[in-house]
Structures are given as C-alpha cells and as structure tokens.
Design a protein around this ligand. Structure first.
Ligand code: GRF
Length: 189
C-alpha cells in the first residue's frame, strides 16, 4: 500500500473528495489528515470518514525531529495538500522531493503566491476583468504556488459572475480533478 497523508486547514471539501476517491483503493490509502487548525471542517470530515485526524500545533511543524519521527511512525509516502494554508517547511520539501502535491484554484503562475488564498484569489481574478480562471495541480517546493505544474483545467465564466459563484464553479472542478490526477501521479511515480 502507498500511504498518503492529507494536509488541510479549511472547510475540507477537497479532502473529502480525496478520502472518498481513495476509500477501498487497492494500492493507495489515506492514512491520516493532519491539520494546523484545532477546529476546521477538514478535521470533522476526516472523523466522519474514519480517517485518523491529527492537530499539530505550530511548534510541531517547525520541529524537524518530532515531525520526522511521526512521518516514520506513519510510514508516509506522499502528502496531498488540500487547502493547507501554512508554508510547507523546507526540511519536509527536501525529505519528500516530488512527493508533495497541492491544488490551487486559479491558473498559476497568475493569482498565486503569498496572500493568494481563498476568496482573495477569486476577487482578484474578477477585479482583473477576467472571464477565464481554473485550477492548477502542482508539486510543492519551498515557495508558495511555485512548484512544477502537473495539470491545469480552465473554466470560462460570464462577466458579472461574483467571486462567491466563481469559487463554487472552480471547487466543483477541483473535486472532480484532484483525486484522479493525484492517483495517476502517485501510481506512475
Ligand atoms: C481550494 O480552493 C483549494 O484549491 C485551495 O484551498 C481551497 C480549499 O477548499 N488550496 P476546501 O477546504 O478543500 O473546501
């Protein structure tokens, strides 16, 4: 079994899509959902779906020794970020080269980087007068949203679309694509 941990900080709809997709998968198992937020939707969803959830406080993420011990104990092979707001620590990127994936709700390299998360992204896209946006699935490196792009899907929308509606349109596509692209990537690794 290939052992995958989801990292999440928010509502957890992508985490839920991943947990659902990999439930009963013959080769890939979601062995945990780790979060930096004591209370978040992602954590509750993991509990509902019987995936082991762990809240790791801020000092834990920066403590390489403790984190590496947990990773070893859980035999983690890949990390999938799903609405994880923290910058992944450099030691983790080094320990997992090309084995940490993220999804971003815009067409990178546009509308990415520090501060570009959640509704900020969709507001910025609309403020820029765009009628196209989309999603990007990419590898994680030491900088926000700059790792190698694995997959992009464009969506078109009418001018006059609100940021909230755009978020919903893109989230639906995220749930559709993230599990299958992550699966393909992991299996071909
Ligand atoms: C998604 O739009 C994802 O692309 C981004 O953060 C959002 C998380 O939403 N990285 P959810 O918590 O999965 O509902």
């Amino acid at each position: 079994m290939i052992r995958v941990v989801i990292l999440a900080s928010g509502g957890g709809s992508n985490a839920a899509a991943l947990m659902e997709h990999f439930k009963n998968h013959p080769q890939i198992r979601i062995v945990g959902l780790w979060t930096d937020k004591m209370h978040c939707g992602a954590r509750s969803l993991a509990q509902q779906k019987g995936v082991e959830d762990r809240f790791l406080e801020s000092g834990f993420w920066s403590d390489e020794t403790r984190m590496k011990a947990l990773i070893q104990e859980q035999s983690v092979d890949f990390f999938l970020l799903a609405g994880f707001l923290k910058l992944v620590p450099e030691y983790l990127v080094k320990q997992f080269p090309n084995r940490i994936l993220n999804i971003h709700p815009a067409l990178l390299p546009d509308f990415g980087g520090k501060g570009m998360f959640g509704m900020h992204i969709h507001r910025a896209v609309i403020a820029a007068g765009k009628t196209q946006s989309g999603l990007t699935i990419h590898l994680v490196n030491e900088r926000f949203d700059e790792g190698k792009i694995l997959f992009q899907k464009t969506v078109e929308f009418d001018s006059g679309t609100t940021p909230e509606t755009l978020q919903q349109i893109i989230l639906k596509e995220e749930h559709r694509w993230y599990p299958v692209i992550a699966e393909q990537y992991i299996l071909s690794f």
